[in-house]
Design a protein around this ligand. Structure first.
Ligand code: ADP
Ligand code: AMP
Length: 213
């Protein structure tokens, strides 16, 4: 099963993808997490990606596609979180899957208003060590500002600052939202109301996966 999570930044894709991957034994591929690791480790990819990410822009397609080609498993199920983000990336993904006689099974659009997104991103806290994600109000850590998993002090992502968030929402509208029609035309798109609680969204996803994917 190849599942794609599509939606604006902060709509809850990573939160649900981590849970779904654990629950259904899928490989979770988050291009945002991979890029942040590359930046932290100062790899050649990280050095190229850093400035795009800081500005809230998309990293060029060829870098992202090469990164995905390296990690996409030949066997087993996958949940793709934050990829594809352009039509060119979606076409490249189709090509990669076709080589293994596979195809995208289902695309979930995390539907959410900008107001909800801004509130979620301004309260998001992340663990710089293990990547766990929290929210000060909706998903707080057990001990104030410390990661539940590894006790590392939590940080606010640089690109969650308000002016970068605005830019990322504009980039989503211009470059990523054309994927909604791209996948709708292929009859793969399922819309999820991402404004509900983490539990409710997860329950909706599970029902949709078992009935429709
Ligand atoms: P994305 O991966 O789409 O950028 P995240 O999964 O990181 O989004 O979620 C953004 C923020 O919103 C995080 O702080 C997360 O804890 C919180 N969050 C995620 N889903 C929900 C939800 N359904 N209700 C409230 N807060 C949520
Ligand atoms: P995310 O964690 O998914 O919000 O991604 C953080 C940032 O990484 C984005 O704002 C982009 O700069 C970059 N990024 C992540 N995934 C992609 C992608 N598929 N294509 C281009 N850039 C990406």
């Amino acid at each position: 099963m190849i599942i794609v999570f599509l939606g604006p930044p902060g709509s809850g894709k990573g939160t649900q993808a981590k849970r779904l991957a654990q629950d259904m034994k899928l490989v979770h591929i988050s291009t945002g997490d991979m890029l942040r690791d590359a930046v932290r480790n100062g790899t050649p990819l990280g050095l190229k990606a850093k400035e795009y990410m800081e500005r809230g822009e998309l990293v060029p397609d060829e870098l992202i596609v090469a990164m995905i080609e390296e990690v996409l498993p030949q066997k087993g199920g996958v949940v793709l979180d934050g990829f594809p983000r352009t039509v060119a990336q979606a076409q490249a993904l189709e090509g990669m899957l076709k080589n293994n006689d596979k195809d995208v099974s289902c695309v979930f659009l995390f539907d959410s208003d900008d107001e909800v997104i801004v509130e979620r991103l301004s309260g998001r806290r992340s663990c710089p060590n293990c990547g766990a994600v929290y929210h000060v109000k909706y998903s707080p850590p057990k001990v104030d500002n410390l990661c539940d998993v590894c006790s590392t002090p939590l940080i606010q992502r640089e690109d969650d600052r308000e002016e970068v968030v605005r830019k990322r929402l504009e980039v989503y509208r211009n470059q990523t939202s054309p994927l909604v029609d791209f996948y709708r035309e292929k009859n793969k798109l399922k819309v999820i109301n991402a404004e509900r609680s983490i539990e409710e969204v997860y329950a909706d996803l599970k029902t949709a996966i078992s009935n429709e994917c």
